[in-house]
Design a protein around this ligand. Structure first.
Ligand code: HEC
Length: 128
């Protein structure tokens, strides 16, 4: 009789551990475990995301020269400080030529100063 009760108790315990709160918490742990792994492999500089959404890609590439200088060339030419970020973000918004050659960069008047700065920070972060 004691044995039967014991088995019954085990059975109830097993059932209880399968009930929804327990299984929910197991699945949340599974998702939180996979989330950081996924985000770390796709983690991007916010400026890189902004650049990807803009038209920069038509004239710039990270390593291959298209119409404008490559981002790595730009990063090699400048140092990442506030004055440079200010200067280059203005240049992206206003457009201009003469630094790299006679081909002008088109203005990006609807880009906010903050977004342009974030793009410059990303470009200058490519310095080797
Ligand atoms: C129509 C082509 C074109 C597009 C679009 C373009 N660029 Fe440019 N970019 C250029 C050219 C050409 C230069 C070189 C200008 C010069 O010689 O002064 C340049 C220069 C730059 C420079 C260096 C400026 C300097 O004075 O050294 C940065 C930074 C830059 N571009 C970022 C961007 C970003 C970010 C975008 C997207 C928002 C963008 N560009 C879109 C053509 C383009």
């Amino acid at each position: 009789m004691k044995n039967t009760l014991f088995i019954l108790a085990c059975f109830i315990l097993a059932l209880a551990s399968c009930s929804s709160p327990e299984s929910n918490s197991t699945s949340t742990t599974a998702t939180t475990e996979s989330a950081p792994a996924a985000s770390s492999s796709t983690e991007k500089h916010p400026g890189e995301t902004l650049i990807a959404k803009s038209d920069c890609i038509g004239c710039h590439n990270k390593v291959t020269k298209v119409i404008g200088p490559t981002y790595e060339e730009i990063a090699a030419k400048y140092t990442l400080d506030d004055a440079t970020v200010e200067l280059l973000s203005k240049k992206i918004i206003d457009g201009g030529k003469g630094v790299w050659g006679e081909i002008p960069m088109t203005p990006h008047a609807n880009l906010s100063q903050d977004d342009a700065k974030e793009m410059v920070r990303y470009i200058l972060s490519l310095k080797k």
